[in-house]
Each structure stands twice: as C-alpha cells, then as structure tokens.
Design a protein around this ligand. Structure first.
Ligand SMILES: [Zn+2]
Ligand SMILES: [Zn+2]
Length: 532
C-alpha cells in the first residue's frame, strides 16, 4: 500500500501544489461554541490532523488553527441546559456565564470540552477566539476592505438570502451599546473617514428583539462583527489560511467565501475538502442543539479510539449513519487494520510509506501489537449470557479466542495485552446493558416455526455437539420444517440475541454453551408469550 494513495496524502499534495515554494501551511477548522463539540467538530479536527501529518511527512510545516467563533450569538438553549440561558439569547456566547460554573464563560466551557477531546486523542491544534482576534485588530484590514466593498458584497450575498433577511442585510453587525446584542442591529450608514457606522437596534433574531437603541460606533477592534458568510473568508484572509475541511452543508458558503476572498480581499482562494455529513440512526443530520446524542465521548465509552478514527478515516466523502449499534463492527474492523499493520510493519513506518493504521493512530501506533478479539461477538455473548461478572466474561472471552483461527481473523486474545482484555470486557458489559438490552427484535412464530424451535431446543439438550454439527443442524431443521434458511436464522437470532442478525451460530453457541442457549430460547419464548 503506497502512502501516496491514502487520501490525507492526496490532500497534502494538493496543498503543496498551492504553496508556491513555501514550507509553512495553515490549516483551519471552525467550531461554533454555542453548544458542546459533537462528532462533526471532532471529525474535522482529526481529519485535519491526518492531512497535517501527511504534510509533515512530506517535509512541510503545517499548523492547525481551530477557530472558535465565540462572538456568535446564542440562538437557542441547547437541550439539557438550564432554562435561565434563554435570558441570554442573542448575546455573544463569550459574554454568557458558564452554566456549569467552572469557566469564565459559556464558550470557554465548550472550549474546555473540545480541548479535552483533542488532547485525549493525541491530536494537535492551536485555538483562536473570534472575540480576541476582533478585539486585537486581526480583522481590521478585512473590515476596512469590506467597508469599501459594501455594494459588491450585497450583490454576492443577498441573492442567497430570503427576501426579508436580504432587505436588511449589511456586511457588518455593530454590537448594540445598550443591550449588548449583535444580530439585532442594522447599519444605516458608514463613515470611512472616522471608521464608524451608525446603527439602529431594531431587528429580530429568533425569539429575540432589538432594544430600539440608535448609536454610532467604531467598526474596528471588536465593536462589531462581520456576518458569518463574510467572516469565514475574512478569517482565511486575516489568518493566512491555506486549507480547510468542511461539511457538505457548507458547500455554497465555501464557494461564496472563495469569491469574496478573491474579489474583496484580493487573495487567491484557499483549498477546501468537502466531507459528507454524519447522520443519526434515523438519517437526520446531527446538530449541536441536540446535545450529547452521539458524540465522541459516547463512542469511546463503548468502543475504541482506533475504531472512532477508522470511522472518520474511511471514505470521508460518503454519508455515514452514526448508529451506535454499529460501533462493535467498527471495533472489529479497526482490529483488522491493526493486525494487517503488525503483520507487515517492516514495509511501513517511514515518511512516504505509511499504513492506514499509522494514520488512525496519528503516527503513534503502539510499539508492540496490543492484540485483539472479536468484540462484536463478545458484546452479543454478554447480552445473551445475562452475566455481568467481569471475571466470568473474561473466561468466555478467552473461550471465544480459542474458537478462532487466529491466522484467518487476526483476533487472538491469548496474546493480547491484559489491560486491553479488561477494557474490552468492561465495555462489552456496558454496551450489552445500555444498547443491546434496549433493542427489540420480537418475532411472530407460526405453529410450524414454533415446533422447529422446540425441536432445536431438545437437540441442544440431547448431547454435546461441535460447532459444525450445530450449524448443520440449523440447516436440516429449516429443510425438515420447510422454513427458508434466512427465516430460520432470523428466528434464532431474535430468540437468542434479541436482534435480527448475529454471528455464525456454529461459532457462537459452543461458546455460550448449549444449555445456556436452550435456556435463553425458552426464556424468550416465554417473554413473547409463545411457550404454549
Ligand atoms: Zn465550565
Ligand atoms: Zn440593543
């Protein structure tokens, strides 16, 4: 596998071709701290780190800036947050008290959560705050250029807005000196000589209304802010950004931003990469205001960091459903990537020759192979056993390993680091309790199907069989009772695992134990009212 083929290297090559001999490159990622960081925020930083590592490997000096737009006004109270925050709607999040009372502001708290996530991952970035950059004058040149190009900007931006918003739109928001809100003000005139704007605070912003104040204020040094569509390209200009990865939902804003950079700020447009969005289990876009629904912390509670990074690494241009119930299969897949790396590590480990596993681990794979196990099956096993004692589960985990030909699957827990085994056992127990136990795959059985299931239970109790024999028995059972094979398996998975799919039964049942499996089936029949 040639490292140049891995997408972070392809992106690095694109960036290098735009650097015109420079060795330094600035990669930006944005975070709106009006809610906790979510998988999209984390994903952008990790993917940007992948690209930065590739650049470094190729002899360049990348810096990653995570830009926090803490001047953004709070639009709504995030789910699960105290309701008193509604008093602060419309106010910049850097001026809102921390609802958790541990940081100097709402946005500093969100920043703290982000820093923890990034540090825990071993990723890197520098943090810059909109409030500080505006106040210190970083954006002054950009704002000057904007004030000289108001009509041009209106021509570019207004067609993208609704008629009502477009009619009021001006490429600058003064901060109301009376009520402190940003998005309720409207600039009525500009005085370039005195570097001021006249404004009136008469707008609406969600449920928030302006206070009616009229005023005159400087447009420099943080007395106001560029609206988001102009602020983004202004950042590229002011911070000398070369590259940014963004979600598909921002394609239009990014291409507008590139036009603004070249026509207002007189700089060549930056390079961007678009990724597909993360969707929740129901196919909806994951948004910040829904709170912690699916965030990296939740993923890491049940899964491994390698599996989270694999999910971010794999096909960034393909939409992904972040259904937490798929997490164990990502864990298994990441183990497979690691197994491949440790098998062939002599071929890798140097600039220009990287294995995907080195990218997932941000070029810090453990020196020795930590080992692996069939985590997806372990989760099912824990759920089916109804057993929560980690020592007992651990014995089953070892049994699981014995069933596996380690040459084929790469899962071999016998050589695994005992810390890893303990961690996976602990996580499998939590996953079985919190996720699998809440699933339901009830089946309706015909009399004939019920008869087939009873016959299978008697078979399991009639002696000790090998995995192959059990697997064959399911096939013959289906034939004897004229039930299709997929239907037969579906029934057994529902009764044994309370789910529609599962591991190969000839592999799974010997580990779970024949009697335990039979008990489990009978308990499910009783639960579904199918016993008699
Ligand atoms: Zn705090
Ligand atoms: Zn006001």
């Amino acid at each position: 596998m040639c490292a140049q083929m891995l997408w972070p290297y392809r992106e690095a090559r694109r960036i290098i071709s735009q650097l015109r001999g420079r060795k330094d490159a600035i990669l930006e990622t944005g975070f709106g701290p009006s809610g906790p960081p979510h998988i999209g925020t984390y994903g952008e930083i990790i993917r940007t780190n992948f690209v930065a590592l590739a650049l470094k490997d190729l002899g360049y000096r990348p810096r990653i800036i995570s830009f926090l737009d803490d001047l953004d006004g709070l639009r709504k109270v995030p789910e699960g947050f105290p309701t008193w925050l509604s008093d602060y709607l419309g106010r910049p999040v850097c001026e809102i008290p921390d609802p958790f009372e541990c940081c100097e502001s709402f946005s500093k708290h969100m920043h703290k959560l982000l820093v923890k996530m990034v540090d825990d991952a071993g990723a890197r970035c520098e943090y810059r705050f909109s409030s500080e950059e505006y106040a210190s004058g970083t954006f002054n040149d950009a704002i000057e250029a904007v004030m000289h190009n108001v009509e041009l900007l209106k021509r570019l931006v207004v067609p993208m807005l609704s008629p009502e918003v477009g009619a009021r739109w001006f490429p600058f928001f003064a901060k109301c000196e009376n009520c402190g809100k940003l998005y309720t003000t409207r600039v009525t005139s500009v005085d370039i000589d005195s570097e001021t704007v006249d404004y009136v605070c008469d707008g609406e912003f969600g449920a928030v209304r302006g206070c009616g104040h009229h005023g005159t204020t400087s447009y420099l040094n943080g007395a106001g802010k560029l609206p988001w569509r102009v602020d983004w390209p202004a950042r590229w200009f002011a911070l000398h950004v070369d590259y940014e990865i963004h979600g598909k939902d921002l394609i239009e804003s990014a291409s507008l931003g590139k036009r603004i950079v070249s026509s207002v700020f007189m700089r060549p447009p930056i390079l961007t990469m678009t990724y597909e969005l993360f969707l929740d289990a129901d196919g909806r876009k994951i948004s910040k205001s829904k709170g912690f629904a699916i965030d990296p912390t939740l993923w890491l509670k049940y899964g491994t960091r390698d599996s989270l990074h694999l999910m971010l690494y794999k096909k960034p241009k393909q939409a992904k459903r972040l259904d937490i119930s798929r997490m164990p299969s990502y864990v298994n897949e990441a183990f497979g990537v690691a197994a491949d790396y440790y098998r062939r590590r002599d071929e890798f480990g140097q600039p220009g020759k990287r294995h995907p596993y080195e990218i997932l681990t941000l070029l810090a794979p453990p020196d020795s192979d930590p080992g692996r196990m069939d985590f997806a099956t372990l989760c099912n096993l824990v759920a089916a056993l109804g057993e929560r004692n980690p020592d007992v589960i651990k014995r089953y985990a070892l049994k699981l390993a014995e069933q596996v030909n380690s040459d084929d699957s790469g899962y071999d827990v016998r050589s695994a680091d005992s810390g890893l085994v303990d961690e996976l056992v602990r996580k499998a127990i939590m996953f079985a309790d919190d996720i699998i136990a809440t699933r339901s795959a009830e089946v309706e059985l015909s009399d004939n199907e019920l008869e087939a299931v009873r016959s299978f239970v008697s078979y399991l109790r009639s002696g000790e069989f090998t995995g192959e024999e059990i697997q064959t028995r399911v096939f013959t059972l289906a034939r004897e009772f004229s039930i299709s094979q997929p239907r037969m398996f579906q029934i057994l998975y529902a009764l044994i695992l309370n789910q529609r799919q599962g591991p190969r039964l000839g592999y799974f049942i010997p580990i779970l134990g024949q009697n335990k499996t039979a008990d489990r089936i009978e308990a499910s029949l009783a639960k579904f009212g199918l016993r008699d």
